[in-house]
Write a protein that binds this ligand. Structure first.
Ligand code: SIN
Length: 271
């Protein structure tokens, strides 16, 4: 099947042509689909009617899925339910992050499908970590390539994984700049959701450098896109390329969907 798509910006983000159904992809379409996700960072597919079980089966064709045995409401363990409503004080996924980067083999693709969306608001923002890395000076790029950061599991993730303390999940050291195994492109790989500190620097230096990098991500409007959801929209993003931020601007309306998360590989350092 030809994966026709329109670009959301010249550099990253694509929307699949109407009529392409993810559930209809043949086995030989999957590698081209993964390459499209790697090259474009974010792939939007509209009007994808499927059940949670069908979503989990489709996502499982893209690789090994993270399991979340902590869900107690019948959500398949291959999915995370994303839900906020009139009772919510916060929504999962707010703040720029890359999904569970505390894992030794952190996520490659995430596949989020919305069932209920607010009348307005509830967009997800994405930022292109290759663009942001390449926008830094050559001296800063070279310095960042020498560094490693520690990533820690955080609150909500403990509950989903069905454990009580973060020690049960462990932390990971990853290079601050990674290379995508399919495209060979470098990308910045620290995020405010999970990165604890840069281990090669003193505390003060690490805090200052991470603050600078997080500000660069937050202010880089030329390297960001914003996806507006409709019911049955699926967005697939490559966590090796982008970070995302769920906007919680729709209280007290309800927003509800499911995310599957595909295990990646040990992070490849940029040289
Ligand atoms: C997430 O971080 O996976 C949630 C994103 C969203 O709800 O838009």
């Amino acid at each position: 099947m030809e994966l026709s798509h329109v670009t959301l910006t010249p550099e990253f983000g694509s929307e699949l042509a109407a009529g392409i159904k993810l559930l209809d992809l043949a086995d030989e379409d999957l590698d081209p689909f993964k390459l499209l996700c790697a090259e474009r960072g974010v792939v939007v597919a509209r009007d994808q009617v499927m059940t949670p079980e069908e979503q989990a089966r489709f996502a499982g064709r893209l690789g090994e899925l993270f399991k979340n045995p902590g869900s107690k409401d019948g959500t398949p363990e291959e999915l995370i339910k994303i839900k906020a409503n009139e009772k919510s004080k916060f929504a999962a996924g707010t703040g720029w992050h890359s999904d569970v980067s505390s894992e030794q083999e952190p996520p490659g693709l995430s596949i989020l499908r919305m069932e209920v969306v607010p009348e307005s608001g509830g967009d997800t923002l994405f930022a292109n970590m290759t663009h942001i890395f390449e926008s830094l000076s050559p001296s800063m790029q070279s310095f960042l390539k020498t560094l490693k950061a520690r990533h820690d599991p955080r609150g909500h993730y403990l509950y989903l994984r069905g454990v009580k303390t973060k020690e049960e999940l462990g932390t990971s050291l990853h290079p601050v700049v990674r290379v995508h195994p399919l495209t060979g492109k470098p990308a910045l790989y620290v995020n405010s959701g999970f990165t604890d500190r840069i281990v090669d620097l003193s505390d003060r230096e690490s805090v200052a450098l991470l603050r600078f990098l997080y500000d660069t991500i937050a202010y880089a409007v030329d390297a960001q896109i914003r996806i507006s959801w409709r019911p049955h929209t699926v967005v697939v993003w490559d966590n090796r390329v982008v970070q995302h931020h769920a906007s919680f601007d729709y209280f007290p309306a309800t927003r509800m969907g499911y995310r599957a998360t595909v295990r990646g590989e040990p992070v490849i350092a940029a040289s």
